[in-house]
Design a protein around this ligand. Structure first.
Ligand code: MN
Length: 356
C-alpha cells in the first residue's frame, strides 16, 4: 500500500494541495482503512504531499490498533491536536486542505471550517479512482474471498437440493449462518427472491416458499473486502422458453466479458450486452455491473453513461438480468479481475440452469 500512498501524494501535488486530512469518525471513511489497515472509532490521518502520513487516534482503541496500523507514527489524539495542526497550516502558509466530502457529516465539515481559516477541497473522486485499481495484495485477498463465497454457495445449493431449505428466509439465514461460521460477515443483507418476487431486483426476502426461478444474491466481507455474486436456480420443471431465458442472460454476461480489455470503453461493453438482449433489453432495468472493494459499490461503474475505460487491476461484477413484472426474474452475477489485459472470472456461475 506504500505505492498507493505515493500515488496519492502525487495526486495531491497535482491538485496543489499540500495537505489532506482523512478522518475515521461516524461515517468510517474506507480510505482510512485502505491506507492504514485499521478502522478506529475516532482518528485522523494527516496526509501531506511530501512526507509519510501520520495518524492521531483517540484513546478509545489506541493501544489495540497501534500494533496493526500500517501507518506510523501512530500518535494519540488529544484535545489540542486540531489546534496544533492549525498552527502547522499557518507556519507553512497552507490555504487549502483536502478532505473526503463523502465521509464527513455536514456538521463535521462545518466545525472544521470554523476552526481552520482554510478552504476545504473535496478529494472523494481521487480516493475512489485510486481504489479502483487493485494492488497485488488486494487481488490475492479477492481470490481467496471468491473461493470462500463459492464454497458457501455450494453448501447452500446442496441444502436446497436436499429440500432442507424451502423458503426464501431459510436460504438467507443458512447462507448468513455459514458466513458467520467461518468468522466473516455478509457484505450486504442476502437477497433471496423466488417466483414473482424474482421480478423485483432488490426484493426483501420473506417467508415465501421457493418456486420457479429463484434468485440468490449475496456476498462476504473478507479482510475488509466485499464479494458479490448472484445465482439463479429453478425449483420445479422449467419450460423450454424459461430455459432459453436463462441461457440468454448467461450468454449476455459472457458476451460482455468477451468484449472487455484494458483500454476498452465501459459504455461500449454495456451497449454490447444490451444489444445481445435484443428485444428483451427493456426488461434489463439496472446497470451491467460495478467495481467491488472495501465497499460493495465502487468504481468502475458499468453504465451506459460511463466515460471511463477498463484498466488492468480493476475488480468488478458483471450482472445482467431480466425481470418480467409479476412473472419471474433472472440475474446472473460473477466477479471478475482484469489483469495483464486478461479478464479472469473469479467466481463461476453455472452455464446450464440448475434445476431442483
Ligand atoms: Mn452486484
Amino acid at each position: 500500500m506504500n505505492n498507493k500512498i505515493k500515488e496519492f501524494q502525487k495526486k495531491l501535488v497535482k491538485l496543489k494541495l499540500p495537505l489532506a486530512l482523512i478522518f475515521s469518525t461516524k461515517l468510517k471513511d474506507p480510505a482510512f482503512f485502505y491506507f492504514s489497515n485499521i478502522s478506529p472509532e475516532y482518528a485522523l490521518m494527516l496526509m501531506s504531499s511530501k512526507f509519510f502520513p501520520r495518524i492521531y487516534c483517540s484513546s478509545l482503541d489506541f493501544e489495540e490498533l497501534k500494533a496493526s496500523s500500517r501507518i506510523k507514527p501512530f500518535l494519540q489524539f488529544k484535545k489540542n491536536t486540531l489546534e496544533q495542526i492549525k498552527k502547522l497550516t499557518k507556519t507553512h502558509k497552507i490555504k487549502k486542505i483536502g478532505v473526503n466530502f463523502s465521509y464527513l457529516t455536514v456538521k463535521e465539515l462545518k466545525n472544521l471550517k470554523k476552526l481552520f481559516k482554510c478552504k476545504f477541497v473535496d478529494i472523494s473522486d481521487e480516493l475512489l479512482n485510486l481504489r479502483a485499481i487493485k494492488t497485488n495484495d488486494e487481488i490475492n485477498i479477492y481470490k481467496k474471498a471468491c473461493r470462500l463465497t463459492e464454497q458457501i454457495w455450494s453448501k447452500a445449493l446442496a441444502q436446497i437440493q436436499r429440500k432442507k431449505l424451502n423458503t426464501e428466509v431459510q436460504v438467507k439465514e443458512f447462507i448468513e449462518q455459514q458466513i458467520k461460521l467461518i468468522n466473516h460477515a455478509p457484505s450486504f443483507p442476502t437477497i433471496v427472491a423466488s417466483g414473482k418476487n424474482a421480478a423485483i431486483p432488490h426484493h426483501v426476502t420473506n417467508n415465501d416458499k421457493l418456486n420457479g426461478f429463484c434468485i440468490i444474491d449475496f456476498g462476504i466481507r473478507y479482510k475488509g473486502y466485499c464479494t458479490d455474486v448472484t445465482r439463479t436456480i429453478f425449483i420445479g420443471k422449467p419450460t423450454n422458453k424459461e430455459e432459453k431465458f436463462y441461457n440468454l442472460v448467461y450468454e449476455t454476461k459472457e458476451c460482455a466479458a468477451n468484449k472487455i480489455s484494458s483500454g476498452e470503453k465501459i459504455l461500449n461493453v454495456v451497449k454490447t450486452a444490451r444489444k445481445h438482449l435484443g428485444k428483451y433489453d427493456k426488461y434489463f432495468t439496472h446497470g451491467l455491473g460495478h467495481g467491488i472493494g472495501l465497499e460493495i459499490h465502487e468504481l468502475p461503474n458499468l453504465k451506459e453513461t460511463s466515460k471511463e475505460k477498463f484498466e488492468n487491476g480493476m475488480i468488478f461484477t458483471i450482472e445482467p438480468g431480466i425481470y418480467f413484472k409479476l412473472k419471474f426474474g433472472i440475474r446472473i452475477e460473477d466477479d471478475y479481475l482484469l489483469e495483464r489485459n486478461k479478464l479472469i472470472r473469479l467466481t463461476k456461475a453455472p452455464k446450464k440452469l440448475v434445476v431442483v
